[in-house]
Design a protein. Structure first.
Lengths: 127, 171
């Protein structure tokens, strides 16, 4: 990996992680929904963004480094999501566990597809 | 003001975590590992680390008694439960505030930043789509099943090991 690739990933990753932090913080201060919905929102948004980036991939390899690996990669997280699920399962909060997993999977995967359609339509270029 | 410092630490940690993931992807690709297996390994590793790290940070720095570990069935094994599970009445308020500030900084950098940036949900979802569309339906299903099951089990294992290891310290 070149130094410029690393810089692009770091730039995208730094932005992604701080936007996720902002979303989680705003969720906990402004809504009465359970804490995991903040991470859910960040994950769903990131799935949409990675789809858009894949759809507009014809714009060059910097998109892959900065937007796919960096921004969408760090905006979304698997560790906090799994930690929430782990705490739900040890406390036997099965209802929350099912909702959290279902919304993440059934929301995230179609959003990648939707994002790709948007990406091809808006930024598709040669594609 | 301290919120901005935390956000900055999250940003630096996220950049670091994302670069680490990028390097893992590159290293794995050179060894011929399928992309989805690399992301799976990265995510599982991050899940274990976040469970272990949570217990370490909470036991060492939590002083307001509002830990997420309060609901954990093995919370009573925390020798340092005072401050973690209930507020510590012997500590002066400024010291509690200082410790809580440090907790925000360290968990912001390590958990939200480094591990949050290292692990990813979007690449996982993209891998599922890619596998499915290329006709590797079994691998797509396996990726979902393994990521969810092994990821959560790794986080549970991290919590367990953390409680065993750090629970007895910081008393």
């Amino acid at each position: 990996m070149s130094v410029s690739d690393m810089g692009l990933i770091a730039l995208g990753g730094g932005c992604g992680a701080s936007v996720r932090y902002g979303i989680v913080l705003a969720q906990s201060r402004l809504s009465r929904w359970p804490g995991w919905t903040g991470v859910l929102a960040a994950n769903l948004l990131g799935c949409l963004i990675i789809g858009v980036a894949v759809g507009s991939d014809s714009h060059g390899p910097w998109v892959a480094a900065m937007v796919i690996t960096g921004l969408a990669g760090a905006l979304t997280t698997f560790s906090s999501f799994a930690l929430d699920l782990a705490l739900m399962s040890v406390t036997r909060a099965w209802g929350q566990l099912i909702w959290c997993s279902l919304l993440s999977l059934a929301g995230g995967i179609p959003l990648v597809l939707l994002g790709r359609v948007i990406g091809i339509a808006w930024f598709g270029g040669a594609a | 003001m301290s919120g901005l410092w935390t956000a900055l630490l999250v940003m630096i940690g996220g950049a670091l975590g994302a670069v680490l993931r990028g390097l893992a992807e590159q290293g794995g690709t050179l060894m011929g590992t399928p992309p989805w297996c690399i992301i799976l390994a990265v995510n599982v590793l991050g899940c274990f680390a976040i469970g272990f790290l949570l217990v370490w940070l909470e036991c060492r720095l939590r002083r307001d008694g509002a830990s997420q570990l309060a609901a954990h069935p093995r919370r009573h094994q925390l020798a340092s439960w005072l401050g973690v599970l209930t507020p510590d009445p012997t500590l002066p308020a400024p010291e509690v505030a200082r410790s809580q500030q440090r907790l925000r900084f360290e968990s912001g950098f390590l958990m939200t930043g480094v591990l949050g940036g290292f692990t990813t949900f979007s690449s996982f979802a993209l891998d599922v789509v890619t596998l499915w569309e290329s006709g590797h339906v079994l691998e797509a299903a396996l990726n979902i099943g393994l990521s969810m099951l092994v990821g959560v089990l790794a986080a549970i294992a991290g919590l367990e090991l953390g409680i065993r290891y750090f629970g007895a310290q910081y008393a």
